[in-house]
Design a binder for this molecule. Structure first.
Ligand code: MN
Ligand code: MN
Length: 285
């Protein structure tokens, strides 16, 4: 028997490159302080790493193996509970450093607000950035109970940064009348489904793109493990097909967020999250 004499660190499956040689830097963002309903997304990154042991590194969808990519898993960032501003600053600084080193940052949230930190880093380096947003919820409130930084306002904050016509939303089936009225003239929103992904991919094909997947876009029957489940969602296969449609775009960063493992009693949501992450890493590397 050959002894393993390296430090034992749990990484996402197959992601064992050193930072210097890597093309992607994966990191966890364990923070859920603005979650308005059921908290727990802070535990997602450790659950995903643990669950990933049970998933193959090979993708039969793309006929490629995660192990052949150079991916560094940085572990989890240390984020201050209760201080959303500081958490976003920390994420922006980390993603910025990774991008300045010519690598792509990939975030495992955490609650959805954290996407704003990663988008700030990407937009700072790519002023013509486009954002593809998959979610059950519009996340376009100007504020939530007076708070401008919230998982319910995250795409409105992204709009503050990018302006009209740069945000493409899919699967949206929940929001206030004000959000939907506002969305009509500022963002492109595909209600209920991921239809229209082809034309959005075409519209974004000459720009840098950030992709954010709030996993509650998937129907709760397939993905129960989330803080704000919303009936009437898309299937895993629909989401995967849509994400694979975005292959070939100039993707400069992406995230998955809002897995809340304590509501995932059977483990199926965590396993689904692992599979989506594997496919996205292979698709956009
Ligand atoms: Mn969201
Ligand atoms: Mn959501």
């Amino acid at each position: 028997m050959r002894a393993n004499l390296k430090t034992s660190v749990q990484t996402f499956m197959g992601c064992r490159a050193e930072y210097e040689e890597s093309e992607i830097a994966l990191f966890g963002a364990p923070f859920d302080s603005t979650t308005s309903y059921r908290p727990g997304a802070r535990f997602a990154s450790s659950a995903i790493r643990a669950e990933s042991i049970g998933i193959e590194t090979y993708s039969p969808y793309q006929m490629a193996d995660l192990e052949n990519l150079k991916i560094f898993d940085a572990g989890d960032l240390e984020l201050p509970f209760g201080n959303a501003g500081k958490a976003l600053d920390t994420i922006e600084a980390f993603c910025g450093k990774v991008q300045d080193d010519d690598k792509m940052p990939v975030m495992i949230g955490g609650e959805h607000l954290l996407t704003f930190g990663a988008v700030r880093a990407a937009a700072g380096r790519h002023p013509d950035l486009r954002v593809m947003h998959f979610d059950a919820h519009a996340d376009l409130r100007r504020d939530y109970m007076g708070e401008s930084l919230s998982h319910a306002t995250v795409m409105r904050r992204v709009w503050d940064l990018l302006g009209d016509g740069r945000i493409f939303q899919f699967g949206i089936r929940s929001g206030t009348k004000d959000e939907f009225d506002w969305a009509a003239s500022h963002v492109r929103t595909e209600l209920f489904t991921v239809r229209g992904i082809d034309s959005c991919a075409e519209a974004a094909c000459s720009y840098p793109v950030y992709i954010s997947v709030d996993l509650d876009v998937i129907d709760p029957s397939e993905f129960p493990g989330t803080g704000t489940p919303e009936a009437g969602g898309v299937s895993f296969k629909d989401l995967l097909d849509a994400l694979l449609c975005l292959r070939g775009l100039n993707v400069v960063g992406f995230d998955i967020c809002e897995l809340s493992p304590h509501y995932d009693v059977s483990g199926i949501s965590t396993a689904l999250a692992c599979k989506i992450l594997r496919e996205m890493l292979i698709a956009y590397h």
